[in-house]
Design a protein around this ligand. Structure first.
Ligand code: HEM
Ligand code: HEM
Length: 190
């Protein structure tokens, strides 16, 4: 590693816990989304496995969201990139909306699964259904809300990814690097 001086505008990185939570949760959410959309395409014998994996990934993302939010409240997060006020506001609003959707999507999924009379099979242990299934017509709107909120989450995460790539390749600032493992965070040349 060379001893190049840090660029004067270089900012602190996200800490290791925030970075790991960010990437692990992004992977869990992507897995839950892909499985949610493809459950019906699985052969009959595999459907329960796909559905349970979907639910486990979603519940894990929900539990980690609580950890992440707690961590965020109790630790200093690095300053945002220098941008025109309107872009800085859009970034802040986008992150807040991602947090809200990361909460809403699995919570609706959880309520839907319970009201559909499903139990939970976590592999090592399982939970029986909490109630008898309600008629499909009654709970269909819940499933639709789960689905549409999931689309909104993935669409916003897609925009968020484009913004990260724009920072990296067009603005050439350190926004993306600060979310990557430390080994890739080289000092910037002036
Ligand atoms: C971030 C987390 C999650 C995402 C992105 C997600 C996404 C999706 C998507 C896109 C569908 C397909 C909707 C449809 O075709 O109607 C779906 C279905 C479903 N989800 Fe989730 N979901 C998540 C978490 C959860 C959780 C935590 C549970 C319950 C514990 C859950 C339970 C279900 C159920 C029961 C279905 C219906 C599956 C079927 O029978 O076809 N989801 N989800
Ligand atoms: C489901 C997918 C994703 C979700 C839900 C998500 C969510 C978030 C949230 C809420 C933040 C705010 C910081 C925090 O509190 O941790 C953040 C920051 C960040 N994310 Fe993501 N993210 C996702 C995927 C991605 C991907 C694929 C990339 C890059 C290609 C990326 C790059 C970044 C970067 C660079 C930051 C720091 C932004 C800044 O400092 O202003 N994210 N992400």
């Amino acid at each position: 590693m060379t001893d190049l001086p840090l660029h004067p505008a270089a900012r602190a990185s996200y800490d290791a816990v925030s970075r790991r939570l960010h990437w692990f949760m992004a992977a869990l959410i992507a897995l839950a989304f892909v499985l949610g959309l493809t459950i019906d395409a699985f052969p009959k014998d595999w459907k329960p496995v796909a559905l349970e994996t979907h639910k486990i990934a979603g519940i894990a993302a929900l539990l980690l969201l609580i950890v992440r939010f707690g961590w965020r409240l109790t630790h200093r997060m690095p300053a945002q990139a220098e941008s025109p006020a309107v872009l800085a506001l859009a970034a802040r609003a986008g992150h807040a909306a991602l947090y809200v959707l990361m909460l809403i999507v699995p919570v609706i999924g959880l309520i839907y699964a319970i009201r559909r009379g499903q139990g939970f099979d976590f592999g090592l242990f399982s939970l029986p259904p909490l109630q008898a299934p309600e008629p499909r017509a009654v709970i269909r709107p819940l499933r639709e809300r789960h689905e549409w909120a999931a689309y909104a989450l993935i669409a916003l995460a897609g925009l968020h990814t484009l913004a990260a790539l724009w920072h990296h390749f067009v603005r050439k600032d350190d926004t993306l690097q600060r979310m990557l493992p430390e080994a890739t965070q080289r000092p910037l040349k002036g």
